[in-house]
Design a protein around this ligand. Structure first.
Ligand code: FAD
Length: 468
């Protein structure tokens, strides 16, 4: 962006406008993934709807690339664009809970932690993801899954309404009764359709939950995973356990002799009576013990809000991240050895693979009821290569891509949009949306025909898509 255009931006918006010459520039362009070093022409903190509208108008009218930053957690750094302008929603963090109606209205730049803090004060919650520092904006628009998904569905299944600034500057509310097509697309279609300045969610009763971890040495992966693939889908919906290959974190509750050792295992969240968690999970493990005694097992009651931030300290901003994902409806025998091999070859202490359950309540919604098109998936898998040291970047990429490619033939063909990595391309976005893609492209054509919102996992407007 030349100086003249930057000056025009300063006039067009309330400000501040943070450009390369400003002292806050490096802080403003930082995203969660330390592997990225994008250099936007300007970052504009937005405090309200009009700020957002002004940035959109400027980018649209000047033909400047626009990015929208929620929590900044996207692995490919989609909240920032090289040489373009970012509408930064970090100042739009607020939550208004209506405990009577059991709803919460939330500012578009809020984090999961903001929402959990405010709702848990009333013994309520929205199903979201598993790290409190993640942005609700990107997570919700992609679909959102976490510990409460088997019980209460995806994040979008609790979305009641969204206030949106559209590409043409108009400000609308999307819900089941207004702009229904937009509301459909926002529930999984990612940041393609406008800037959501507030989300309204339905709340569910959640208080203290039973939390636990059970791990086995990584060479037991085939046997443990063979048990888990049978156990999890038929378990009661109060039992949620994601399967992982991981290195044991260096701290409590894990005994010191296990720190750093490569393991496979399950992280549990039990939404039934927390006094019964050990009995429920203990029973479940009877079958698993045939695969070998766990190296470590514990369960404990924990307020849900605490569970939500359990991994925050382990994963501070600024680490190197490289990830890929795919959906699975089964774990065939051929996959068991692949998981063991890549578990044994973890490239760093923080790298991990998770299979997140997305069944039960999430399956009670039809595949075409929202843009999220994998209601028949049982797991959303992610291969996350993570390390503080930039010198390990190449090793992280190699492990992550190798693991994904080895298992892809046994996947359902597409990934959760929020687990798509850097530069995976249009075919992968199409595979994310399957039969919902064409409808998304039509909604895009209606609400953003010039593709103003393209710094995302892009769905092109129908007319552009049909020309390709
Ligand atoms: P950003 O990088 O700010 O934005 C990502 C995309 O969303 C961009 O295209 C942006 O333009 C768009 N966007 C963000 N806010 C808005 C808005 N208000 N209006 C319009 N567009 C917007 N996902 C899960 O479902 N479950 C998990 O358990 C989970 N765990 C995670 C843990 C970690 C440590 C990390 C890094 C990610 C995790 N994710 C999880 C993935 C997460 O959902 C995505 O990274 C998501 O993009 C984060 O949203 P954000 O707002 O922080 O990201």
């Amino acid at each position: 962006m030349d100086t003249e255009t930057l000056e025009a931006l300063k006039i067009a918006v309330r400000g501040p406008v943070i450009g390369p010459e400003d002292s806050g520039y490096d802080a403003a362009r930082k995203v969660y993934n330390g592997m990225l070093d994008k250099r936007p022409a300007a970052v504009v903190p937005c405090r309200d709807v009009v700020d957002v509208r002004d940035v959109i108008a400027f980018a649209r009218d000047k033909g400047v690339d626009l990015a929208v930053r929620g929590g900044g957690h996207s692995a490919p750094g989609l909240g920032i664009v090289d040489g373009g302008v970012t509408a930064d929603l970090a100042s739009m963090r607020w939550v208004r809970v209506d405990p009577e109606a059991r709803t919460a209205q939330v500012g578009g730049g809020s984090t999961l932690g903001d929402l959990d803090h405010a709702t848990q004060g009333f013994g309520l919650a929205v199903p979201t993801g598993i790290n409190s520092t993640t942005g609700l904006g990107g997570l919700t628009l992609g679909g959102g899954h976490g510990y409460l998904t088997r019980k209460y569905g995806l994040t979008v299944d609790s979305l009641v309404a969204a206030d949106v600034v559209l590409a043409d500057g108009s400000f609308v509310t999307a819900s089941e009764s207004e702009h229904e097509d937009l509301f459909w697309a926002l529930r999984g279609g990612s940041g393609n359709f406008g800037v959501v300045t507030s989300f309204t969610y339905r709340l569910h009763p959640v208080g203290t939950v039973g939390v636990g971890t059970t791990v086995w040495p990584v060479d037991r992966t085939p046997e443990v995973l063979a048990w888990y693939r049978e156990f999890m889908p038929q378990a009661d919906e109060d039992v949620y356990g994601f399967f992982a290959v991981l290195a044991v974190p260096p701290g409590p509750p894990f005994p010191e002799e296990l720190h750093g050792r490569k393991m496979c295992g399950v992280v549990w969240c039990h939404t039934g009576d927390p006094g019964r968690t050990e009995a429920v999970i203990g029973d479940a493990l009877a079958g698993a013990r045939e695969a070998g005694e766990p190296a470590f097992h514990f369960t404990t009651p924990m307020p849900y809000v605490e569970l939500q931030s359990m991994f925050d300290e382990l994963l501070p901003p600024g680490l190197q991240w490289y990830w890929r994902g795919d959906f699975f409806d089964r774990v065939p025998d051929e996959a068991l050895e692949i998981h063991r091999r890549y578990g044994e070859e973890l490239p760093s202490g923080l790298s991990t693979m998770h299979l997140y359950p997305v069944d039960r309540a999430a399956h009670r919604v039809a595949n075409d009821a929202t843009a999220w098109s994998y209601r028949d998936a049982v797991w959303s898998g992610v291969y996350a290569a993570i390390d503080p040291d930039p010198a390990n970047a190449a090793a992280l990429k190699e492990w992550c891509v190798g693991y994904m490619e080895a298992l892809h033939p046994y996947s359902m063909g597409g990934s959760y949009v929020n687990f798509l990595g850097e530069g995976e391309g249009e075919e992968r976005v199409r595979a994310t949306y399957r039969e919902n893609y064409d409808r998304l492209a039509r909604v895009k054509q209606k609400y953003d025909p010039d593709n103003v919102f393209h710094t995302n996992q892009n769905v092109r407007p129908a007319s552009a898509a049909s020309k390709a």
